[in-house]
Design a protein around this ligand. Structure first.
Ligand code: URA
Length: 465
């Protein structure tokens, strides 16, 4: 290999930039400055840089890694690559939550109205299901009439009225990420901490947030499987968001089993509304607890509680007194949804239903949550390719948690599929994904670590990448 010094062309501060030099520089282990990163990102956004050159740079960045400074520059340039939302007219602190994705993860439906009911503005730009993880927008669209594709003006109107709004990305928002993410998806360059960080934060920060609460998943259903990778990503996200002027915290949370009892589209909304009605459905305790912890941080960052613990107490009151439910239903109506379906028990009409009974007795020791996510997708609840429709009524209800003692023949899950032919595959996956043991398994805590700015920076200083 030719050494980097002989291969790259030294450039003065204001010399014109050329993408070939930036590819070679990264390939040879160099560090790009903010001007060079800005050039690359604006060339991605306006599509003036050919895709093969962007792809080459992404692969070089994947292999060489990005420094903290490069990650911050890439995040800011991505955020600034299109139009941005300004929450100034809301006259409230704007706080959002982002989760790195999981199975049955429906905390958005709870935390957005909980924080809104406590006086925080929650402008939430969300995504769709892809792969084994579910998508907030697909779940919301299970409500007849619910519109997720609002203009920025409509988004602001809903926020002014309800305090929270959950929408999809518009074509004009962060165009650079749309180009770069699609290329990463096709070139095997998704799993790079710096690229993930810039992609997630670029989109979130374009909503003009004052603060962001990050839920970074770990365990068998997480996007990053190794705990040390999740820790590094959590620390990187917090440090980068803080460097961009957005207060932030990341919680490392367990995705070693689905969150709550349901995973699908409509069934996840129904479970969330049950909790907001003050009910305590079986197997929903982890969902309730995590939602209150996340909302507690949002309420604290939103200036409505002196500590996250005081925020948790406020969130719990909003759950009990019905104000979170009112806030959620008002958002549903403001976005065109028919809120009456939540009072109609016969609304849920899956094409086919099957109860799966435990095939042996013992303690539920393993729930391979990525496999369970695929089982959910195969019922018709998820999609194989971007753009495909999803079945609002498909999904899986789980009747046991890890650590529960189950007797052979006891119902362990209910499958809801689009048609009877779609029941066999999810059932087979489920039977491979759930294991039983004679002794109770070790149960990991729901929240294993909290990264604030200080702990994130300390973690990054000692992390060797
Ligand atoms: N989610 C994103 O938005 N971007 C990534 O790179 C990974 C997950």
């Amino acid at each position: 290999m030719i050494s980097s010094a002989s291969a790259s062309i030294p450039a003065s501060q204001d010399a014109p930039l050329h993408i070939i030099d930036l590819i070679r520089k990264k390939r040879d282990g160099g560090t790009l400055d903010a001007r060079e990163i800005g050039f690359l990102v604006s060339g991605a956004a306006d599509e003036s840089i050919p895709k093969e050159q962007l792809a080459a740079w992404l692969m070089a960045a994947w292999i060489r890694g990005l420094t903290l400074e490069e990650t911050t520059a890439l995040t800011l340039a991505t955020r600034d690559s299109g139009v941005k939302f300004s929450p100034a007219r809301l006259e409230k602190t704007a706080v959002d939550k982002h989760s790195t994705g999981g199975v049955g993860d429906k905390t958005s439906f709870l935390v957005a109205p909980l924080a809104a009911a406590c006086g925080v503005a929650v402008p939430m730009i969300s995504g769709r299901a892809l792969g084994h993880t579910g998508g907030t927008l697909d779940k919301l669209e299970a409500i007849p009439g619910f519109r997720t594709a609002l203009t920025l003006d409509e988004f602001e109107t809903v926020l002014m009225k309800c305090g929270a709004s959950i929408v999809s990305q518009t074509p004009a928002l962060v165009p650079a990420d749309r180009v770069l993410y699609a290329l990463r998806d096709r070139t095997g360059t998704v799993e790079s901490p710096g690229l993930i960080c810039a992609s997630i934060l670029g989109k979130k920060l374009a909503a003009g947030l004052d603060a962001l609460v990050l839920d970074v998943k770990t365990g068998s259903g997480a996007f990053l499987r190794k705990p040390e990778d999740s820790e590094y990503l959590a620390a990187l996200l917090v440090s980068t968001a803080e460097a961009a002027g957005t207060r932030s915290v990341a919680l490392l949370t367990d995705m070693g089993q689905p969150l709550g009892h349901s995973a699908g589209n409509w069934i996840e909304l129904a479970e969330s509304v049950e909790l907001m009605r003050g009910q305590r459905p079986a197997h929903s305790e982890d969902l309730r607890e995590l939602s209150l912890i996340l909302a507690g941080w949002m309420i604290h960052f939103g200036g409505q509680a002196p500590t996250p613990e005081a925020g948790y107490a406020r969130a719990e009151s909003a759950l009990k007194d019905g104000s979170a439910l009112r806030s959620f239903l008002s958002m549903v109506e403001a976005q065109g949804g028919d809120a009456k379906v939540f009072d109609n028990p016969s609304f849920h009409k899956p094409g086919a239903t099957r109860i799966v009974e435990a095939w042996e007795s013992g303690f539920v020791s393993v729930m391979d949550t990525t496999a369970l996510g695929w089982a959910v997708q195969r019922t018709g609840a998820g999609r194989e390719k971007a753009g495909e429709p999803v079945d609002p009524h498909a999904g899986i209800d789980f009747h046991a948690r890890r650590g529960a003692r189950i007797e052979k023949g006891q119902p362990i899950a209910t499958l809801y599929a689009t048609s009877p032919e779609l029941l066999a595959e999810p059932e087979a996956i489920l039977k491979r994904a759930i294991h039983f043991s004679e002794n109770p398994p070790f149960i990991v805590p729901l929240v294993s670590q909290v990264f604030t700015r200080e702990t994130a920076e300390a973690h990054l200083r000692k992390a060797v990448r």
